[in-house]
Design a protein. Structure first.
Ligand code: ARG
Length: 618
């Protein structure tokens, strides 16, 4: 519906200009052209859109806003193009103009969607026009740390980041999915020292140690580091060796990374996540230049031996500005230095960088001040061109049913593998119960496929459907429920529509589906006839898809897409429960089947953007 809204906006602007030429010319000259303030109607009974622009004109024009609205409406009605788009406008309240699209225009939009695999969502490329090769958008997500377990926070980052990447890709952006893994730092000193001492065979035979061991290794190494001075000294020396490029240290480091990588990959495969690894170590060669350039820019202050940049507008308890430390007093670089180097690399033109125009970082909200500091310093150093957008996409904590940090019954941190296993096991138990109740028998491969799809979908959807900024309560029962705003509910709507086809409804409604066909031709050919309010409600909801996707692309909130899909399923279910489809007479029957198909296609596309595959039966 975005395109119709644009057309309508232009018609309204012209009508305002014709109604009040002087005011329009003045506003234009002042660089603030008259704005019809077109918005979606606040209630369905007001139509599709409302234009509120008459109200702010009352004062400058010295006229009651209703009179202004009347004058604009008179001009609109004189415009034949408007008459083709809308029914006669209504003026409401103090001077709102309510606009209702003509039913035949809505039907034509439906017909156009039916032959368009993108369901009316334009690509950014179509909007970019002149510029052929799109500049990349970086989505930095997942980013676990080597030798540490990937935890639920990383799971959230992985699921949200993947969804945002999918939406941006669908809109035609060149997305660089980057896994900024924590693969460098002083912890490798103790890990390598410990590895060399207790498992020298790992250095000889790759694969001798698996990540389960590695996480235990990390704990052991840390424990030794904390109370064994000799071990501490060796670990520190090991860090220096590693940084100096000592081949044995590098080999040990590489082994640790490989082991972790294999384990992470198992999770990515289960979740169907594509991700390119570019860990912190990648930026090592660029770190010194960050500090040098900050110094040259006059931003670097040496405070207590550490190189820092004092932040503007961020002060500590004592009221003094807080520093962003970029070089520790021992000369080492840190997390912030790496992120500054990463910004420079990502923005630098190819081939010495990515040439990106938008950088998106998906991490827990706890890192908000880190990113605010890093972004501020990069901007002040002049490393961020005007047109570039840099955004931190924060999310809240994952909590258990009790509202506390998610833990196992024994009080340990939850392993992602166990969490996904449990979701699938529970989905399987639910499915077997349902099959027994319905007296259905299905083969084991069906059960495995459905349980896996539903279990993983439930975990993803539960995460994506809450506003990411708030903390989120992890609850298997709620996420696996067949009713409510859940993955099973949405998957079931798709299954229900597939069932209509199985019961003899031809969903492949022949609309003369050549892709190159013009919209007008499709509309002419489509035998679409709608009469029921439930049909119109469903149509209006179906046509919102493009606006919802544009919103997610802009605001990076996947829950908007989830709410839309949930609402669409509800509106569809109401339609299907209240209006006969298979038993209807023609042309209503095929028109309604067309709505069923478009609903299924819209749900599939939307769920696909959430990273959730759909099922034909469940
Ligand atoms: N490895 C970090 C962590 O586990 C997340 C990295 C996020 N990305 C970044 N560019 N800093 O918390």
């Amino acid at each position: 519906m975005l395109r119709l809204a644009h057309t309508l906006d232009a018609q309204l602007r012209e009508a305002m200009g014709r109604a009040f030429p002087e005011a329009a010319a003045q506003a234009q000259a002042a660089g603030r052209p008259l704005d019809p303030q077109l918005a979606p109607a606040s209630k369905p009974e007001f139509g599709d859109f409302q234009a509120n622009g008459a109200l702010p004109l009352a004062k400058p024009l010295g006229l009651p806003p209703r009179n202004i609205a009347e004058a604009v409406v008179a001009q609109l009605e004189a415009d034949p193009a408007f008459g083709e788009l809308c029914l006669p406008p209504q003026i409401a309240g103090p001077g709102f103009i309510n606009l209702t699209l003509r039913p035949e225009r809505l039907a034509a939009e439906v017909a156009a969607r039916l032959v368009d695999p993108r369901l009316g969502v334009p690509t950014a490329a179509a909007e970019r026009r002149q510029q052929q090769t799109p500049a990349p958008v970086v989505v930095d997500f997942s980013s676990p740390n080597i030798a540490k377990e990937m935890h639920v926070g990383h799971l959230r980052s992985t699921i949200i980041g993947d969804c945002l990447a999918r939406v941006l890709e669908f809109r035609g952006h060149a997305v660089l999915r980057l896994n900024h893994v924590g693969d460098w730092g002083t912890q490798f000193g103790m890990l390598i020292t410990h590895l060399k001492q207790v498992a020298p065979e790992a250095l000889e035979r790759p694969g001798a140690v698996d990540l389960g061991d590695l996480v235990a290794f990390y704990r052991q190494a840390k424990a030794r580091f904390d109370d064994d001075e000799a071990f501490q000294t060796t670990s520190r020396e090991e860090v220096v060796k590693l940084q100096g490029g000592d081949p044995v240290s590098l080999k040990a480091w590489g082994l640790l990374c490989d082991q972790s990588r294999r384990e992470f990959q198992i999770i990515y495969d289960r979740l169907d996540i594509r991700l390119g690894e570019r860990g912190e170590s990648f930026y090592n060669p660029y770190l010194q230049a960050v500090v040098d350039d900050l110094k040259a820019a006059g931003l670097l202050v040496v405070d207590d031996g550490a190189g820092c940049v004092f932040l503007e507008g961020v002060s500590g308890k004592d009221g003094k500005p807080l520093p962003l430390i970029v070089q520790k007093s021992d000369g080492g670089f840190n997390y912030a230095t790496t992120d500054l180097a990463a910004i420079r690399y990502r923005l630098a033109a190819a081939p010495n960088g990515d040439g990106a125009v938008r950088l998106i970082y998906v991490t827990d909200a706890g890192q908000a001040s880190h990113f605010a500091g890093v972004f501020q310093v990069a901007r002040r150093a002049g490393w961020v061109p005007e047109a570039v957008r840099i955004e931190h996409v924060p999310f809240g904590l994952v909590q258990g049913d009790d509202g506390k940090k998610l833990k196992t019954r024994a009080g340990d941190t939850v392993r992602l593998k166990d969490l996904l296993d449990e979701a699938v096991e529970r989905a399987e138990a639910d499915l077997r119960r349902r099959l027994a109740e319905e007296d259905r028998s299905e083969d084991e491969s069906f059960i495995t496929h459905v349980a896996t799809t539903v279990g993983i979908a439930a975990v993803k959807y539960a995460d994506l459907s809450t506003n990411r900024i708030t903390n989120y309560q992890f609850c298997f029962d709620r996420m696996l429920a067949l009713s409510g705003n859940t993955a099973p509910y949405l998957l079931y709507a798709v299954v229900r529509i597939a069932g209509i086809a199985r019961k003899g409804g031809d969903l492949g409604v022949d609309l003369g589906g050549a892709a190159a066909e013009t919209e007008a031709a499709a509309a002419d050919r489509a035998p679409l006839h709608f009469s029921e309010p439930q049909e119109w409600a469903l149509i209006r909801d179906l046509l919102k898809l493009d606006a919802v996707i544009a919103e997610v692309e802009e605001e990076l909130l996947p829950n908007r897409l989830c709410s839309y899909l949930f609402e669409l399923s509800q509106v569809f279910n109401r339609f299907y429960d209240q209006v006969p489809v298979l038993k209807a007479e023609e042309p209503a029957r095929s028109s309604r089947l067309a709505l069923c198909r478009l609903t299924a296609d819209t749900l599939k596309l939307g769920l696909g953007l959430l990273g959730i595959p759909t099922l034909e039966r469940m």
